[in-house]
Design a protein around this ligand. Structure first.
Ligand SMILES: Nc1ncnc2c1ncn2[C@@H]1O[C@H](COP(=O)(O)OP(=O)(O)OP(=O)(O)O)[C@@H](O)[C@H]1O
Length: 873
């Protein structure tokens, strides 16, 4: 008899066939506004005091933790990019919030109106700030926000997870402009398309913009398309929705949201020394209730979405600090500047054989002749000083380097830039030519900024732009980004193009996220991490052009199984690939933090590709991995790479969230091993172990319940043992907490896995195209050729349809190259670049296997008998 605890039935809430609506990424900006409102001190020591003990042991000091933990100031009223562009010297005297120098926080709307192209569009797309709904008013909500639970002792509510959930509210904090730009009523009401590339055979008269999808009425586009056998509709699943930590919203306040005063005053005090099974929290101070009620309003419509609480204003502060320090023109990025991890890359002999070490070359800032660039180095003269008419504050804008010449040649450059360049630049004859076309056959070129990046040897200056691509269909819409299946016009290659609105990113304080995502994608070079081919920015948008994973989400593949789960052997296959990917990320100093089947994409080969790194974080002071043990039994200690790094953001996905994240005591790379435990469990049983009817109960289960297994499933003892060890609530005792991935790889469950041959295994499921996708592009070409009247009708439709209009802009904009982006621009550190090696394996548009309705067929080459072919015997 298995000594593991056994459940006779799986939890009722997750019965088979249930149409789940989960695993959406919740996003929460914990209560900076609250902390400010409640007079919370913002110093690190307060946070440090909160986190001083865990399990009776001191935790790393607050200074070791991500700065994201510490942000307590009020967030600025979303300045538009235009603010930074047209910034004057106006002082923010009326603003309590430090702003990037030159921004005018007090008059955002005016700034938009006086801005350039962006402003004109914003006027069309966004409502004026003055017409935006106010965030929930504290006073009004205190009385309606369910004060009873707030007054209950929190231990009591933990012990009684049946307490009511926070009241939902129809009031979302999402301003209307968000809704307008996304075409649905804000993320909370937005539904996400499945990534499985399916196109309907019954698309009603679509036009080139793909307007026929169902985004407008909130129906999951892909689901509506999804005559994908056996796939449940996921009406609310996988949206990324802004939300606060609903658990704490209900229970009281998260320890990390409370001031040191609260703690010193005894409200929380030693009770925050959490152990594995209990947390003691007290009701929030009255002055804080406003924020708590804000939680409530934000909590509406959330169900197991990714939770995130990252200090999105960190970069703003950096700008401020840098600008006040004399505004150096250093091309080195201030955010995400390469840390020690990059300076001292793990030496190849230390890497496991199955990992391709990311080649790391340190290029010191170099303002002199650079051998990599065939052109002379750009002048460093501050051109704005020569041009009295320049609206740019002297010193802020660097002289455009050579790529801007293309803009000038195309008549797009500013007078200032033209003057500085003297008109001796190469011309690009075709109006449609991509900005980088002139350089396609030249030596790889890198902007000054790119040269200083850790991944500079992998990328060159961007050779494509938005116009290089043609939209085929919307693959999905996440928290802030839209992912389109596109084809590159020149090559007919298919890519997944993720597009973010800058305005949206600023307003929703997601700047740091996108920079992190780009950094990780660009830095990574691993067979199980999605490849980034190009990234670039235009005036209004950011673009990440990635490998198109035609198999879509692994989640969907699971859902197409009759039982919604897979056999242990198959689970071993997928989990071993996940372990390898996470090991690699940890090695690079990244903590993934959002592992779930939705974020695992399937390559056309059936192998996995991790995607969606916007919740990931990079450890500060990354250390080299260390090989431990003897020559015979050596193992790589990847845990050491992020040793001492704790971050306190509330991030993850409800059913996958680790106890330490809920407790708010800070977390480490060990959260990824917790999520691996949940993932393996879900693969095997079709549901997650702590899922309950409500978020509150789910969190309580995560904190208190031991994992149990249904007895109707044949799962080996080793496998259960692995899951149990990964789901140890104390992160210091959890499998993986000693040496990282090596601990997991050594577990008997993986005994037969040949880690260096993972890519050669036969995947259990192969995505197969069963029906071609709807050809939007061909349709639009026909319309454009033959029917002018129809064109006019479409134009009118487009005008009335802000989404279509937005999409048109997205694919029409011109690239803004690194050197034209001002130092004080919030997206200054977003790199416009293209992968050096363009000989890729991307699918070709029109090929049989390119896109359309996908099904997942069991791999015949992986029969039960030979499925261990690549496993040790
Ligand atoms: N490379 C890709 N190939 C195929 N589909 C993709 C690719 N990248 C993303 N998708 C799909 O697009 C959708 C949104 O992508 P993604 O999850 O990256 O966006 P997001 O805004 O980061 O979402 P989230 O809310 O989970 O944070 C998902 O359904 C995903 O499966």
């Amino acid at each position: 008899m298995d000594n593991l605890q056994v459940l006779s039935q799986p939890p009722a809430t997750v019965s088979e066939g249930e149409q789940r609506s989960r695993s959406v990424s919740l996003s929460k900006l914990i209560p900076r506004s609250f902390r400010k409102a409640s007079g919370t001190p913002t110093n690190e020591s307060s946070a440090g005091s909160v986190n001083s003990l865990e399990n009776g042991k001191p935790t790393p000091s607050a200074t070791n933790r991500g700065a994201e933990d510490m942000e307590l100031r009020e967030t600025p009223e979303s300045p538009s990019r235009a603010h930074f562009r047209t910034a004057s010297n106006t002082e923010n005297s009326s603003s309590a919030t430090p702003q990037p120098e030159g921004s005018e926080e007090t008059k955002p709307h005016q700034q938009i109106q006086t801005g350039g192209k962006l402003s004109a569009r914003l006027k069309k797309i966004f409502l004026p700030a003055s017409k935006l709904p106010e965030p929930p008013q504290p006073a009004a909500e205190i009385s309606t926000a369910g004060s009873a639970p707030l007054q209950s002792p929190d231990r009591k509510s933990l012990e009684n997870p049946d307490l009511p959930e926070p009241p939902t509210s129809s009031h979302t904090h999402e301003p209307l402009h968000t809704a307008s730009i996304q075409g649905v009523a804000g993320p909370n009401r937005r539904t996400r398309s499945p990534s499985t590339p399916i196109m309907p055979s019954h698309v009603p008269t679509p036009d080139a913009t793909g307007k026929s999808d169902n985004r407008h009425n909130g129906i999951n586009q892909g689901s509506s398309n999804a005559n994908n056998s056996g796939v449940d509709r996921r009406s609310t699943r996988a949206d990324t929705v802004r939300s606060s930590n609903p658990y704490f919203a209900f229970q009281g306040l998260p320890p990390h949201a409370l001031s040191s005063q609260d703690f010193e005053g005894g409200n929380i005090s030693a009770s925050t020394r959490n152990n594995d099974s209990s947390v003691l929290m007290t009701p929030p101070p009255t002055s804080s209730t406003a924020t708590t009620s804000y939680f409530y309003s934000e909590f509406s419509a959330t169900s197991n979405k990714s939770l995130n609480d990252i200090n999105e204003n960190e970069e703003m502060e950096d700008f401020k600090a840098a600008n006040s320090k004399g505004n150096s023109n250093s091309p080195s990025g201030k955010f995400f500047s390469p840390g020690p991890a990059y300076k001292s890359s793990p030496s190849p002999q230390h890497l496991p054989s199955d990992l391709t070490p990311n080649p790391i070359v340190i290029v010191e800032p170099d303002f002199e002749e650079n051998s990599l660039s065939p052109l002379p180095p750009p002048a460093l003269k501050d051109i704005t000083q020569d041009d009295p008419s320049s609206p740019v504050k002297p010193g802020l804008r660097r002289v455009a380097s050579e790529p801007n010449a293309i803009k000038v040649a195309n008549g797009q450059g500013s007078g200032t830039v033209k003057k500085a360049l003297g008109g001796n630049q190469p011309k690009v004859s075709s109006a449609n030519a991509s900005p980088g076309d002139a350089y396609l056959n030249e030596e790889p070129r890198r902007s000054r900024r790119l040269r200083n990046k850790s991944f500079s040897n992998k990328f060159k200056e961007v050779i494509v732009g938005p116009q290089s691509f043609e939209k085929i269909k919307l693959l999905g819409q996440g928290d802030v980004g839209k992912v389109y299946l596109v084809k590159e016009k020149k090559t007919n290659r298919l890519y997944a193009l993720k597009i973010f609105s800058k305005e949206e990113m600023i307003k929703r304080k997601k700047i740091k996220r996108i920079l992190a995502e780009q950094e990780i994608l660009a830095t990574s070079n691993h067979p199980f991490i999605v490849t980034l081919y190009h990234s670039f920015q235009s005036e209004d948008y950011l673009y990440l052009c990635m490998e198109y994973c035609m198999g879509g989400e692994f989640f969907r593949a699971l859902q197409t199984r009759k039982t919604k789960c897979i056999e242990e052997d198959d689970a071993r296959f997928y989990s071993s690939e996940v372990v390898a990917a996470i090991e690699y990320l940890h090695l690079m100093g990244f903590i993934y933090r959002d592992l779930k089947p939705e974020n695992i994409l399937l390559h056309k080969s059936g192998h996995i590709m991790l995607s969606d790194f916007d919740l990931s974080v990079q450890a500060k002071d990354t250390k080299n991995p260390v090989v431990k043990g003897s020559a015979q039994a050596s193992l790589l200690d990847t845990k050491i790479c992020s040793d001492g790094f704790r971050t306190n953001s509330f991030v993850g996905t409800e059913e996958y969230i680790a106890p330490e994240v809920i407790r708010g005591n800070g977390h480490t790379a060990a959260v990824d091993w917790w999520t691996l435990g949940i993932l393996i469990y879900e693969m095997l049983f079709g549901f997650t172990p702590f899922k309950a009817d409500t978020t509150n109960k789910t969190f309580s289960n995560v904190l208190k319940n031991e994992v149990t297994f249904p007895n109707n499933n044949e799962v080996s003892r080793n496998c259960k043992d692995l899951i149990k060890k990964l789901l140890i609530k104390s992160e210091t005792k959890r499998l993986g907490s000693k040496f990282g991935a090596s601990d997991i790889k050594k577990h008997p469950f993986f005994k037969r896995v040949q880690w260096s041959l993972l890519r050669n295994q036969e995947p259990p499921l192969i995505p197969v195209l069963t029906e071609n996708g709807y050809d939007f592009t061909r349709l639009s070409n026909n319309v454009n050729k033959g029917n002018i009247k129809q064109d006019a009708v479409d134009n009118d439709k487009e005008k009335a349809d802000p989404i279509a209009e937005q999409e048109k802009i997205m694919f029409e904009e011109k690239v803004e190259r690194d050197d034209i982006v001002a130092d004080d621009d919030p997206f200054h550190d977003f790199n416009s670049m293209s992968l050096m090696k363009q000989d890729n394996n991307s699918l070709i548009y029109g090929d049989n296997n390119s896109y359309g309705k996908i099904s997942y067929t069991p791999n015949q080459n992986r029969s039960r008998s030979n499925s261990h072919r690549f496993f040790k015997r």
